[in-house]
Design a protein around this ligand. Structure first.
Ligand code: ADP
Ligand code: ZN
Length: 611
């Protein structure tokens, strides 16, 4: 019998298993159930694909998004694996053909949505076939608490009753303990072997800015680090999605909007273009992303504060699945903090739910305002300890300065108190700055003792102070929607006499502009100039091969594989097989074309040298 490692090498073209892959495959081979959590890009699919190839019968993959099945199946067929999907995008004849192939044992893997699988017709059909295993992808969809909730997922425990001897594997990248418990309960996986991998994504650089003009900051970031590279920009509202996409378009980037308000067909089209073309930006609400397997997303940017750390981590996790350097970048402002709090207070949820939501928001704000390593804070949230600061986040690279802002905080709070907690930050800042303003005069606020006592700070600095006071829980915004600021019980302690210096420490206010983040090691930096030129030539070849077959370029070869070719320059089939990501079938299909292109390139270099 063939061994898993042999399949990994000959079919997938990879050298060795990573993380728990080998153990998971072993467990499934022995007929055990498995539940696994691995971060995005960790290599979950191979865990069920290899056992499906080795065990007798067909592996059934439950996947929530029919829109992505085509690409998943295309990728497998490129490897010579007999894969198919069955869903409503196919006509009756096509569906019947697939069922026939299934019955005759001609399929290694079959993808379908849960509603299809749970239909009595399909269950009966499967009852008459050999099933190698069931793989339940995106298993966190069983959770009512998450925003990917799918009701049918909760009925999948049926598989355990109907097919007690077929091993099942549930896979997810969602980390929190509650979701984990729900998956095990809902899917009847109490007996399953559980494999949890570290959630760290060391190749992702995290940076969080509090910025006045998020859009300009975003543009600077994209220009500096991601010219011509693919990325996702998350916004809170549909309107902001549209406006940002248009703006990026005017700046000269191809940027496509994606949100639930767009017609289904257009949404689909934009997603498709994002997957198939190089260097596109998608601007989206959180409606976009689940199951997006595009490996070469080089950045994920947030123009607003995400609701909680789980969402933030899942969204940023869509960057750098290929393991190459990628950026998670966020800009947020005071308005975000207020909006988030208001959103919770105004929701219809019961008090317990609200309390949980508030804790989650506070944790998110804590991450934003922390002066320590972001990765340590993130992993700690998921119950993991990182012993040393990571060296690959904004705070590690440019440690933020803190300063004693106790007096400034007292001025701000007292001004809010003296205006009966009826005004928003802008107005309060105007009073503190002593602004000559009709409304202030009309209200008689130019005669307050706090009028003009804050001239030592600019408006921008005051905004930063208010944002941080909100984040640290000295202030709340009212829930009626005007955003007027109120004092909390914690604020009371500051309004007494004799408050010790150093009671309120804030991130540096006096540094004029934030020091630009140190440039991350560029992807291209690992290639020298000549390798880079060859890499571009190979990318061009990949693009035309992909276009001819109407598949995304990364299905032909990943960037990582092309980079390895560009630096190793294989010119024989044996040498080509040594490249990670080149297996037997891909060698057969593309080997000659890539070898020829490499030879051309080398010859061009020789000519240059001799002339
Ligand atoms: P996930 O589903 O966990 O996000 P994938 O299964 O899509 O991740 O794998 C991410 C990438 O890593 C894919 O390009 C995959 O081919 C690659 N990969 C998986 N396992 C290995 C391995 N053992 N060695 C090298 N590359 C691997
Ligand atoms: Zn760090």
């Amino acid at each position: 019998m063939q061994q898993p490692l042999h399949i990994l090498r000959s079919v997938f073209g990879y050298d060795a298993f990573r993380h728990h892959q080998a153990d998971i495959i072993d467990a499934l081979m022995q007929g055990q159930d498995v539940m696994t959590l691995m971060p995005t890009g960790g290599g979950k699919s191979i865990c069920y694909q290899i056992p499906a190839l080795l065990r007798e019968g067909t592996g059934i993959v439950v996947s929530p998004l029919i829109a992505l099945m085509q690409d998943q199946v295309d990728a497998l067929r490129q490897l010579g694996i007999r894969a198919a999907f069955i869903n409503s995008t196919q006509d009756r004849d096509e569906q019947r053909d697939i069922e026939t192939a299934l019955r005759q044992g001609e399929l290694d893997l079959l993808y379908m949505a849960p509603e299809r699988l749970l239909g009595e017709a399909m269950l009966q059909c499967l009852g008459a076939c050999r099933i190698a295993l069931f793989a339940i992808d995106e298993a966190h969809c069983v959770s009512q608490w998450g925003h990917d909730f799918r009701k049918e997922y909760q009925q999948l425990s049926l598989l355990h009753q109907r097919f007690p001897h077929v091993p099942r594997i549930a896979l997810t990248a969602t980390a929190d303990a509650r979701t984990r418990r729900e998956i095990i309960e809902q899917l009847a996986l109490e007996q399953a072997r559980v494999f949890i991998h570290s959630f760290d994504r060391p190749n992702i650089h995290y940076a969080i800015h509090a910025s006045g003009n998020a859009r300009d900051a975003l543009w600077q970031f994209i220009q500096r680090h991601h010219r011509g590279e693919a990325g996702i920009v998350y916004c809170l509202s549909r309107k902001q999605v549209e406006a940002t996409a248009e703006w990026l378009g005017n700046q000269g980037r191809t940027a496509l909007p994606y949100h639930a308000g767009l017609p289904q067909g257009l949404r689909q089209h934009h997603q498709q273009r994002f997957l198939r073309e190089d260097g596109l930006i998608i601007v989206a609400t959180i409606a976009f992303g689940m199951g997006i397997d595009k490996p070469d997303v080089r950045f994920v940017a947030h123009l607003n504060l995400p609701r909680n750390i789980e969402s933030y981590y899942q969204e940023t996790g869509r960057a750098g699945r290929d393991g190459l350097p990628a950026n998670a970048w966020m800009s947020y402002g005071m308005r975000d903090v207020i909006n988030l709090r208001m959103f919770i207070d105004n929701s219809d949820a019961d008090d317990i739910f609200k309390r949980i939501m508030r804790q989650k928001t506070d944790a998110m704000l804590g991450l934003c305002e922390t002066t320590g390593c972001r990765r340590q804070a993130l992993l700690a949230y998921f119950g993991e300890t990182l012993a040393e600061p990571c060296g690959n986040c904004d705070n590690c690279q440019n440690p933020p300065q803190c300063e004693d802002a106790t007096v400034a905080a007292q001025k701000a709070l007292s001004c809010i108190w003296r205006t009966q907690q009826r005004f928003g930050a802008q107005y309060i800042i105007d009073i503190l700055s002593g602004r000559d303003d009709a409304r202030i005069r009309r209200n008689g606020h130019d005669r307050l003792s706090t009028f003009g006592i804050g001239k030592e700070y600019s408006h921008a600095q005051w905004r930063s102070i208010f944002r941080q006071l909100l984040a640290q829980g000295y202030l709340t915004a009212d829930t009626e929607g005007h955003g007027s600021l109120r004092l909390t019980a914690k604020a009371g302690t500051l309004l007494k006499r004799d408050v010790a210096p150093g009671t309120v420490m804030l991130r540096a206010l006096r540094t004029s502009a934030p020091t630009p983040a140190r440039t991350r090691p560029k992807r291209a930096a690992s290639l020298d100039a000549a390798d880079q030129a060859l890499f571009e030539a190979l990318r061009e070849l990949r693009r035309s091969l992909a276009q001819a077959q109407d598949i995304p370029p990364y299905i032909v070869f990943s960037d990582k594989t092309l980079m390895a070719m560009a630096s190793m320059r294989p010119q024989t089939e044996e040498a080509m097989l040594q490249i990670s990501g080149v297996g037997a079938r891909k060698l057969e299909r593309y080997g000659d074309a890539f070898i020829a292109r490499i030879r051309d390139f080398m010859r061009g270099q020789d000519d240059n040298l001799s002339s």
